[in-house]
Ligand binder design. Structure first.
Ligand code: SF4
Ligand code: SF4
Length: 444
């Protein structure tokens, strides 16, 4: 058994919100039935939008390329089923603004045609070929960030990488998709991890799992040794799964202010991403579906589903049995870092880790009052920031002050918002400050 317990290195701050995972952590992953129609948003990643290579009326197969990569930091998009391109359209995106999308009307056959062949013996293949496959398959960070994975696997020559960390903390309350994936797709997670390690040329490979998933730790540990992978049990504390906190917990290395994991020799990937890499390499399958948790008290049948990209949230909720009563909020992602949705026409994208419904009672706590200077946010901040001060600066549009007080180091984990007794919209303030500062820097 390859299993260790790393509870001696603990990041400062953080919070322990109610987990809510019991609603779905025993629910096996179900395959969502084929829909009549999918509307696939083009921009599903950070970086340049992909360029469509199909037009209205084209017949497509499942897995066929719909849009090619738009640059180095970009990712292609593949069809979630076979059928016809019925519209080049626009639909609301998760942030509210309309986004370009391709509508596929299914032919019901679900014929798969791989755009690339399976690689039978990946151990014998050049790492650059494997990385090319990751790029061609449209794989992006599936934990939420949606950064193109092949770019993360291409550090500059002066950055020596010696450690691959698989982020299996799944520290966001309510989400259990990674947990179930580790239990049900153990070999795929481990083999995908081994492929990622070969691309990076590293032999220090660690899967970090929070201690609230003992069955996943046991199942993964039982097989990890075959792949020379170590499974580490981590203390349960939000945001244990934030990259900088995870790296510190696993290796004791501190990512410097404004720095990246590669600055301390680490690359972090998510559980779902490892599975997507395994499927792209071993099965020749591009990324067009993912496991998503659908949960929350208002949901009739919370659980985990494998949804194709382009599935509307209205269908997601229908598959989960509908709702018991009108929710106060629908969130794409988890309660700490997810985005509230107003429109159920928004569709599942590659980074959709969860669809969470909160009741009206659960969200009344988010109504905001003035700051009472209690300092709780300072204690909770894992990045040693002064959230109350940063929030006041943002409210007064003094983004220069926010910059001086290191708002750019904020990882948007939401711990400060969670503990704030005045329910201040702190993270929104920081997101705005960061956007303003970034815009100013670009101009300069
Ligand atoms: S200021 Fe940023 S990093 Fe600190 S607790 Fe708040 S959201 Fe997290
Ligand atoms: S926790 Fe909220 S009320 Fe307390 S100091 Fe921070 S922002 Fe102000």
């Amino acid at each position: 058994m390859s299993h260790g317990k790393f509870d001696h290195i603990m990041f400062k701050g953080g919070v322990h919100p109610p987990e809510g995972k019991e609603l779905s952590n025993k629910c096996e992953i179900k395959e969502a039935p084929l829909l009549d129609k999918y509307t696939v948003i083009l921009q599903q990643h950070i970086g340049a939008p992909p360029k469509p290579i199909v037009v209205k009326g084209d017949e497509v197969k499942k897995g066929q390329l719909l849009a090619e990569s738009g640059g180095f930091v970009s990712a292609p998009i593949h069809s979630p089923t076979s059928g016809t391109v019925s519209a080049m359209t626009e639909i609301p995106g998760p942030m509210g603004a309309k986004m370009a999308a391709i509508e596929i009307t299914a032919d019901g056959k679900d014929d798969f045609e791989s755009p690339f062949p399976p690689i039978e013996d990946w151990k014998a293949i050049d790492p650059d070929e494997l990385k090319k496959r990751v790029a061609e398959a449209g794989i992006v960070g599936m934990g939420g960030a949606a950064f193109p994975t092949a770019v993360k696997l291409s550090p500059p020559a002066d950055k020596k990488i010696d450690c691959l960390i698989i982020n299996a903390a799944e520290c966001e309350p309510f989400l259990t998709a990674d947990h179930r994936t580790m239990l049900e797709r153990t070999d795929a997670v481990l083999e995908g991890t081994a492929i990622l390690a070969k691309i990076l040329g590293v032999d220090k490979i660690v899967v970090g799992v929070e201690g609230n998933k003992p069955d996943a730790i046991e199942t993964m540990s039982a097989k990890a040794g075959q792949y020379d992978i170590k499974v580490l049990e981590m203390r349960v504390r939000y945001p244990q799964g934030a990259e900088k906190q995870l790296i510190y917990a696993v290796s004791g290395r501190k990512v410097p202010t404004g720095g990246l994991p590669m600055d301390v020799g680490c690359v972090v990937q998510n559980v779902g991403t490892a599975v997507a890499v395994q499927e792209a390499v071993v099965e020749g399958k591009p990324l067009f579906e993912r496991v998503t948790t659908v949960t929350g008290e208002p949901v009739v049948n919370p659980g985990n589903w494998k949804f194709r990209i382009g599935t509307p949230l209205s269908k997601v909720l229908e598959l989960a049995g509908g709702i018991k009563h009108q929710p106060g909020k629908v969130i794409l992602g988890g309660p700490m870092m997810g985005f509230a949705q107003k429109n159920l026409d928004v569709t599942i994208m590659k980074n959709a880790s969860g669809v969470l419904l909160l009741s009206k009672e659960e969200i009344t706590q988010f109504e905001s009052d003035p700051c009472i200077r209690c300092g709780k946010c300072v204690d909770a901040c894992p990045m040693n920031l002064l959230p109350g001060t940063l929030s006041a600066a943002a409210e007064n549009e003094r983004f220069d002050i926010a910059e001086d007080y290191r708002v750019m180091d904020c990882i948007e984990c939401g711990s400060c918002s969670y503990v704030c007794p005045a329910h201040r919209p702190l993270v929104q303030h920081f997101k705005r400050s960061k956007a303003e500062i970034t815009a100013k820097r670009r101009k300069q």
